[in-house]
Design a protein around this ligand. Sequence first.
Ligand code: SAM
Length: 253
Amino acid sequence: MSTRIFESHAYLYKLWRDTCLGIKGSEEREFNFLLDVLKSSNKKTETIIDLGGGVGTHSKLLSAHGFDVTLLDQSESALKIVKETYLNIKTIHSSFENIDLDKNYDVGVCMWSTLSYILDTDKQQDFYKQLSTHINNIIILDQANFYRYSQSFSKVYEGEDDTHKMKITRNWNLNENNLKTTTYVYEVLNKETGLMELIDDGESEQYLTIEQLEQYLGPEWKLKNTFGDYDVHSVYDKTTSLRLITVFEKVVV
Ligand SMILES: C[S@@+](CC[C@H](N)C(=O)[O-])C[C@H]1O[C@@H](n2cnc3c(N)ncnc32)[C@H](O)[C@@H]1O
């Protein structure tokens, strides 16, 4: 499924993200969390791959901090924005399903439930095999704590930035296999032209349990921490945590 907010409407992605979260610039906190996780490791980090990095939400901050950042995404529109805006970020145009890395990175990050877009079990296996062999030290995988989710959900969000106003109507269903199917309707007002656009969108997400992630990454990777939010002091709790963030470290033999 092609999700418009990542593809044709990627220029509205930041507003969409901020509107869904009900807060502007939440990526600063997420970036600080990533830094804290990296600092707590005794391994030196120089290169980072941001998997499904979109328009550069975290890559821009990691790159500005001095890391050598590569952003992988299947959306050409998102990559165009990254290339035009952040000249230091390297990009790879690829889907997760066809990922074929030709070099290694010290750290791999996959933020904001983005790993859940791989629906097919075989493709999940291939993807984590790539990570297992092409990441040197640390893998950070951030999903929503889907255990808290109800089977169905409906919500309307409203937000705006300098150029657009956005109203998002979101409906989802979560099945017993942790597959979430979401429909969206966006009402977008261009504040400069006064034009209103109505956009139908949707996505399917397959959340993965910690056990599945451990199994996919294999014995060379050890689960070092599970955090319940973008805060290294937030211990994961299945019933109350907002996030399910797993940090894996390569086992040294
Ligand atoms: C929810 S956004 C997250 C972007 C960024 N990580 C963030 O936190 O803002 C998901 C991103 O993953 C990309 N994506 C979705 N499915 C993908 C796939 N199968 N392969 C590669 N990228 C994918 C989309 O194009 C989009 O940029």
